[in-house]
Design a protein around this ligand. Structure first.
Ligand SMILES: *[C@@H]1O[C@H](CO)[C@@H](O)[C@H](O)[C@H]1NC(C)=O
Ligand SMILES: *[C@@H]1O[C@H](CO)[C@@H](O)[C@H](O)[C@H]1NC(C)=O
Ligand SMILES: *[C@@H]1O[C@H](CO)[C@@H](O)[C@H](O)[C@H]1NC(C)=O
Ligand SMILES: *[C@@H]1O[C@H](CO)[C@@H](O)[C@H](O)[C@H]1NC(C)=O
Length: 261
């Protein structure tokens, strides 16, 4: 008798849980792609099979256990803007909580969680905000050691390849590349070659670690005319280092592509 009652209660409980789970749903996009510096919106909306009986008690967008914005049972929205260095705002209407980033940078990309507590159940969903491949372009210049290139606002990481004419130069001791992370999570990549002057321009290109495509390149002219002679004006300029020499040397820079699409 006692055994039957316990079983009966268990059956009722699981049926009830099942019904509650079916009644309310939380909708998010699993992935949201954003172009660099452009806005992106993460939407989280609630639906119910019995909408007139649904009472939202709490809803929030969070990242890494930090709440970015939340709504209470009265529908009041609060935003935790001080916590994150990101430029964002939130909106809440018709049981949809929207998190909007005004300008997406690498540091905004990642996984965000939307949480719901309601009288019809509690649910949790995730969205991944993905930043598309980007490069702010390539700038070529000449130092006293040889040609050099700078790539700025890069995402994701990439590898620098140098060409001389159609010949690809090896990654040997005469090729140096340094990378650093700038504000917002952007990468800045500097690369230089120890090479003698040549009539034929050098080409530095950045191959994205994401797609494997060349996302920026520049031609660097490193000619005898600019380097020859010991007493000339140009050589003394060049000996002063890359920054001063850059203005005196002809360079062409191109940026090939900004997004995957
Ligand atoms: C998440 O939080 C942990 C600990 O608070 C921290 O170490 C980590 O860097 C954070 N990750 C991101 C992506 O913010
Ligand atoms: C919440 O919203 C109600 C009206 O919807 C308002 O009267 C109340 O002051 C709000 N509370 C807070 C803390 O914003
Ligand atoms: C570069 O120039 C130096 C000095 O003129 C010379 O010794 C060296 O062999 C040259 N290297 C190449 C690869 O041409
Ligand atoms: C440099 O070389 C790469 C790889 O061959 C090529 O895709 C790119 O167009 C070249 N860039 C310039 C400016 O010629």
């Amino acid at each position: 008798m006692t055994g039957f009652t316990a079983l009966h209660v268990l059956w009722l409980t699981s049926a009830f849980t099942f019904a509650r789970e079916e009644m309310v749903r939380l909708h998010v996009s699993p992935r949201v792609a954003a172009a660099a510096g452009r806005p992106a919106a993460l939407r989280c909306s609630v639906s119910s099979e019995r909408p007139s009986h649904l009472r939202v008690q709490h809803m929030e967008w969070s990242r890494n256990k930090t709440t970015l914005c939340s709504v209470n049972s009265r529908g009041n929205l609060s935003t935790n803007a001080q916590l994150a260095p990101s430029d964002f705002h939130c909106g809440y209407e018709d049981q949809q909580l929207v998190l909007v980033f005004n300008r997406v940078r690498p540091m905004e990309s990642g996984r965000y969680g939307c949480k719901l507590q309601s009288n019809q159940g509690a649910l949790h969903q995730y969205t991944v905000l993905e930043l598309e491949e980007h490069s702010g372009g390539a700038e070529g210049y000449v130092t006293r050691h040889g040609p050099a290139c700078r790539f700025r606002h890069v995402h994701p990481d990439g590898e620098v390849h140098w060409f001389h004419g159609s010949r690809r130069l090896p990654h040997d001791g005469r090729h140096g590349t340094t990378k650093r992370v700038e504000d917002g999570g952007w990468l800045s990549i500097d690369s230089h070659l120890r090479r003698n002057a040549s009539e034929e321009p050098y080409n530095c290109s950045l191959r994205s670690a994401g797609s494997g495509r060349v996302i920026a390149s520049a031609l660097v002219y490193h000619t005898d005319a600019l380097l020859e002679g010991d007493g000339g004006h140009a050589p003394s300029l060049l000996r002063n280092g890359g920054a001063a020499a850059a203005g005196a040397v002809l360079y062409i820079s191109t940026s090939l592509l900004f997004t995957l699409q």
